[in-house]
Design a protein around this ligand. Structure first.
Ligand code: PLP
Length: 422
């Protein structure tokens, strides 16, 4: 086994992993497959992928793409091997020299971006909602419309999150129509701590429908919490100059707070275009209660996430959408994608439809372009190093360039040439 592991050393994995590959090959009765096993193991490590699906926030590909130049490198990671190794002021107040708060750095920036009094960062939006419910509604009622008791991909189910938090679900209204009066009636007959609105995200109710506006709910009494999920920071999209058509109807965090929500919750890695994080913005007194809750210790993000989130927040404040890969890719004019498709020199240039993804804006297509190949080449493209992930429609492989960095066009060309030649 050890000999076999040594013979496949050029795969470039640490020895214990080569031994695992060798053992698997021997167990399969085919020692010659040890190198293939090792390559398979290597491919399963976390690594970069070229997203040619046209889905900007692809849940399987890490949602929002992270830029290499995210930070000014306060943590020394970007400095690579040249720079000195440094610590950070993660929980250190440089003014007083005392212990500080790890989320205070990003909080001021996020509150400024959304017009909130305060903000708090946790690991993801599911944690944000759980924390808000646990800190503000434990053993009390939370009124939710029957039309918003949704499941959002990856097992986020509103009734189950509610149960885990210790809050009691009080259903109001009907599946298709819920009015402010339904919430008001619940507050009259029950002990209601919060009125919760949940963005249905990847789900739409159409036809004979009605939902209560945040502004009307805010007049009832209990604090209104709006779980926005995808988290467009501001409907005016000042960082783009103007709001793109495909964002029409998506509520902004700033506007939802201005309408009277006490708190909003959203993900950092959906329309915000940042790292995986959950963000709570709104009233300072409620945010303080969330920050002081024991669950905060379990939900707190690490410095890598906070560093990336701070860089994204600073880019928004500079109105520099080009520094946020999600917005940069979303905004590329289609004719530029046409030109790149023609320049690839492989496949048949074609117009395509890209999507925001991650359950945001279902059905809203973003005009796009790329190339098509006759036949299903998805597996061959995935086998490339780095893997190229494409879409297959009825035996046509579609390579959408909206989600491909122009610097990777040559990688796509080489991967397609290789796939076609096999
Ligand atoms: C996506 C989403 C969540 C879950 O967010 P994560 O960051 O994936 O935990 C919660 N609520 C809504 C409305 C969402 O769209």
């Amino acid at each position: 086994m050890n000999d076999l592991a040594l013979r496949i050393a050029d795969v470039g994995l640490p020895h214990p992993l080569l031994v695992i590959a060798a053992r698997a090959a021997i167990a399969a009765g085919d020692p010659d497959s040890a190198a293939d096993e090792a390559h398979r193991l290597r491919r399963n490590l976390l690594g970069p992928a070229v997203n040619a699906t046209g889905v900007l926030l692809h849940t399987n590909l890490g949602r929002a793409p992270l830029g290499r130049h995210y930070s000014r490198a306060p943590l020394g990671l970007e400095a690579g091997t040249d720079g000195p190794v440094r610590f950070s002021n993660l929980e250190f107040d440089l003014g007083s020299g005392r212990r500080g708060s790890r989320t205070s750095h990003a909080s001021l920036l996020l509150a400024t971006l959304t017009g909130a009094e305060a903000a708090l960062v946790v690991n993801n939006c599911a944690a944000a909602v759980t924390l808000v419910l646990a800190a503000l509604a434990r053993d009390r009622g939370v009124a939710v419309s029957r039309g918003e008791l949704v499941e959002i991909g990856g097992g986020f189910r509103v009734p189950e999150v509610m149960e885990q938090s210790g809050a009691r679900l009080v259903e109001v209204g009907t599946t298709n129509r819920t009015r402010a009066g339904d919430y008001r009636a619940a507050t009259k007959r029950d002990d209601i701590a919060l009125l919760l609105k949940v963005h249905p995200s990847n789900y739409r109710i159409t036809g004979f429908t009605e939902e209560a506006a945040v502004a009307d709910l805010a007049k009832i009494g209990p604090p209104v919490v709006s779980d926005l999920g995808s988290g467009l920071l501001d409907e005016r999209c000042a960082w783009l100059g103007a709001r793109p058509d495909w964002l029409a109807g998506e509520p902004g965090a700033r506007q939802t707070l201005a309408a009277g929500a006490a708190l909003v919750t959203f993900s950092g890695d959906k329309l915000m275009g940042g790292p995986q994080a959950g963000i709570i913005c709104g009233r300072a007194d409620l945010i303080s209660l969330c920050a002081a809750h024991p669950l905060m210790r379990a939900f707190r993000p690490g410095s890598l996430v906070l560093d990336a989130l701070q860089s994204v927040a600073l880019a928004y404040l500079r109105r520099d959408a080009d520094a946020i890969p999600f917005w940069r890719m979303a905004q590329v004019p289609v004719d530029e994608l046409d030109e790149r498709a023609a320049a690839l020199g492989v496949g048949r240039p074609a117009r395509t439809s890209a999507l925001a993804g991650a359950g945001s804006l279902p059905g809203q297509e973003i005009p796009s372009a790329g190339v098509e190949l006759d036949g299903d080449y998805a597996a061959a493209l995935r086998a490339n190093d780095p893997p190229v992930v494409a879409r297959v429609n009825e035996q046509t492989t579609v390579i959408d360039l909206r989600t491909v960095d122009p610097a990777d066009d040559a990688v796509v060309t080489a991967a397609v040439r290789h796939a076609l030649s096999e």
